[in-house]
Write a protein that binds this ligand. Structure first.
Ligand code: GFB
Length: 316
């Protein structure tokens, strides 16, 4: 087991949902967290990224930096999702290898797997079929990142590994009606609907797709475990192993937020992939399991949202 004690670990993307959770979790391991604000370093810029890495010389790197968004954002910004993510991952992974960092963890997403993959999805399903069109640009970039990590490990012997989380949620997310993932979007919509005493609220798609959600602090715990004990070539899936339909999720968010009006679905908006539950057997075998059930996670997220509306990256 690799000790993280006294290691200087760069959390690239510490202002995002995942990066914030990693920065919360790392100090308990005895590691010190290195960060740099987005406004000071554009990770799409190779020279700037190289310069920063050479100056700060981390022992380990976690690549949680990415241009991300929900189904709506993916559809309107495919160029940003493809270009930004290719550049960010190529710059960090290459420069980290040049610098000889001890270990690097690259984070992808369950959407890298084929739309029609057998469920639950095993890492071996990668590149076995066509991708879900609504997030193809993002998935292609993340697949390239996985292959880049594996290639540096094979060619140069770097201890670089990858992890693929299911749909994540939690404190510190972006609450934006057009751009967020489904949980923050529903929290914001239902919060506003309750305040406006709306009798009716429309959500996207049919409500039928199934999703697997994981509270972001549970993901952070899994990532630290992987840094400490995983050395394999294959991506490690990280999920709660529980599925819920979007319609059932909407009911649960309504209870959490206290919205009592009607909920309808508009199929003119896309559903995305019908189902994407991960086979997380390897992660479970490493002694990790999720600790925050969906109901509790939604309550914690809504509480955070209510207490931090000024900083909740909120766009209504
Ligand atoms: O979380 P989400 O945006 O992305 O949407 P994906 C999940 C489901 O919720 C879809 C439905 O079936 C949406 O149609 N939905 C209903 C809504 N109402 C809303 C709403 O108001 N906002 C949103 N956002 N959804 C993402 C990828 O796919 O999964 C990312 O786009 C990433 O790239 C992530 O990979 C894990 O789960 O469909």
């Amino acid at each position: 087991m690799l000790s993280l004690r006294n290691k200087r670990i760069w959390v690239a993307g510490h202002q995002g949902l995942v990066g914030q959770a990693l920065a919360r979790a790392l100090p308990a391991t005895g590691a010190s967290v290195l960060t740099v604000p987005r406004s000071e370093l554009d990770l799409r810029n190779q020279q700037a990224t190289r310069h920063w890495l050479q100056q700060h010389n981390p022992d380990m790197v976690i690549v949680a930096a990415a241009t991300v968004g929900g189904i709506g954002d993916n559809q309107v910004r495919p160029a940003d999702f493809l270009y930004d993510n290719l550049m960010i991952e190529a710059n960090i992974i290459h420069e980290a290898a040049q610098l000889g960092v001890e270990k690097l963890l690259f984070l992808g997403s369950s959407c890298i797997y084929p739309r029609e993959a057998a469920q639950p999805i095993a890492p071996a399903a990668l590149l076995s079929g066509p991708l879900e069109p609504t997030n193809e640009a993002y998935a292609l970039a993340k697949i390239a990142g996985v292959r880049l990590v594996q290639s540096y490990a094979r060619q140069y012997g770097c201890r670089f590994i990858t992890a693929m989380p299911c749909n994540l949620y939690g404190p510190g997310d972006r609450f934006d009606l057009a751009r967020s993932h489904v949980i923050p979007a529903l929290i914001l919509k239902m919060h506003q609907a309750r305040l406006r005493q709306q009798a009716q609220l429309e959500l996207w798609g049919t409500g039928q797709p199934l999703r697997e959600f994981l509270y972001v602090d549970d993901l952070a715990a899994a990532c630290l475990r992987l840094l400490q004990i995983y050395e394999g070539d294959a991506p490690v899936n990280i999920g709660s192993s529980l599925e819920i339909s979007i319609a059932a999720l909407a009911k649960q968010v309504a209870v959490t937020v206290g919205y009592q009006g009607a909920i309808s679905f508009n199929p003119a908006h896309p559903d995305g992939t019908p189902r994407k539950i991960l086979d997380s057997t390897v992660m479970r075998g490493l002694g990790w399991q999720p600790s925050v059930p969906l109901g509790q996670g939604l309550a914690l997220t809504y509480e955070w949202f209510c207490n931090h509306q000024a900083e909740a990256r909120l766009v209504a």
